[in-house]
Write a protein that binds this ligand. Sequence first.
Ligand SMILES: Cc1cc2nc3c(=O)[nH]c(=O)nc-3n(C[C@H](O)[C@H](O)[C@H](O)COP(=O)(O)OP(=O)(O)OC[C@H]3O[C@@H](n4cnc5c(N)ncnc54)[C@H](O)[C@@H]3O)c2cc1C
Length: 424
Amino acid sequence: MFAGSSRLVLGAARRARSSSILFQNKRAASSSSATDTLPTLDSDEHVMLRSTVKRFVEEEINPNMDSWEAAGIFPAHEVFKKAANLGILGLNKPEEYGGSGLDFTYNLVAAEEMGGSHGGSVPMAMGVQTDMATPALARFGSQEVKENFLAPSIAGDFVACLGVSEVGAGSDVANIKTTARKDGDDYIIDGGKMWTTNGTQADWMCLLANTSDGGGNPYKNKSLICVPMDADGVEIARQIDKMGMRASDTAQVFLDGVRVPQKYIIGKEGDGFKYQMLQFQEERLYCAAVSLKSLELCIEKTAEYCASRNVFGKPVLDNQVVQYRLAELQTEVEALRAMTYRACLLHVQGKEDVTLLASMCKLKVGRLSRELTDACLQYWGGMGFTNEVIISRIHRDLRLNSIGGGADEVMLSVISRMLGFASK
Ligand SMILES: Cc1cc2nc3c(=O)[nH]c(=O)nc-3n(C[C@H](O)[C@H](O)[C@H](O)COP(=O)(O)OP(=O)(O)OC[C@H]3O[C@@H](n4cnc5c(N)ncnc54)[C@H](O)[C@@H]3O)c2cc1C
């Protein structure tokens, strides 16, 4: 009943959105103000989507988080199918492949609500499916690859993973060594991928590989290719044992003479680096949005704990220094939220390259995750150092924000270049 009614809600949202766009266009025609055409993040249909995702988190994720953390994995196919039944795996994907045909603002509010999960693993894994492994496929893929890989991913029948990072190339994406050489109508892929989220459960990988030498230009010799994970030569070398995101499986994957049809390429051969950089914009915005509620959960739980814990004859929260610190951190979260919303709205408008702002959001969420979770954990005393309370899990999980999807220093180098402080 919940799933069916929520599906209807999204259908209604789509129809309502069409009419609101018509309305906006009419207003734009009668007004010279550019702001009239601005998309929004708080329409009625955004609000409905928020409550659908919030309920999904409360009913399907949070009751299971402890056992998934203990198991070191969550059942991605089962959880993604439930998410797909609510229509939340294809919000901004084309309707002809089962998506809702909405814009990225819907992905952003869904990400924000996913952040209410009691741990970062499932939101991260779902983000890989919706905003990291599939944006380029939806935008540049042929009808055939979209039918074979996008449609089942939106339907929750396939789990997707993203194969960019390698043992020797994480920050320096241009330096990847995996190759895909032509053989008849196929590519033969050799190499390996590292840190592959969803890797042990995925049905297909959005793989970045070198398809030529590009005349020595590492930005023009790469392609994105859809690789079925059950193809001969794909081997899950190991599941990596991590300090955080423990309910998410992260794999090292070997690719040894893997044969895939050349028609499984996404878009044009040689444009893979460019597509991946575009794909990174939405990944960075996702990372910022999905962390907002986790950061707030940290503050909320810390305030609750500090109110209940008496030290020197009074609750820890009665110390003004604690109140001010939490107040300041909540202010920082609001600043991050405002910045993330602004970047998202500009991205959806398509008027501006949001690389600079998206990189700033990613940097800010990395920095704030470290500062905020550390400051909060401190007020829990010894309890904060145990695995019995949520604060330590959030601290461990959000530590990834400064590393995954581009380390803080990589964001700083992009920002420095774009601001003209460093040479291109
Ligand atoms: C849990 C997890 C999940 C992940 N999921 C995926 C996934 O699904 N798919 C995928 O492709 N990748 C994934 N990654 C990989 C992630 O994107 C990389 O770890 C990240 O890009 C950093 O690369 P690296 O680990 O190789 O670090 P390195 O590139 O070795 O960098 C190490 C450190 O060097 C510093 N550094 C780097 N560049 C500079 C610079 N220019 N100036 C100064 N200092 C610098 C930074 O502090 C950086 O942390 C995941 C990683 C983790 C941990």
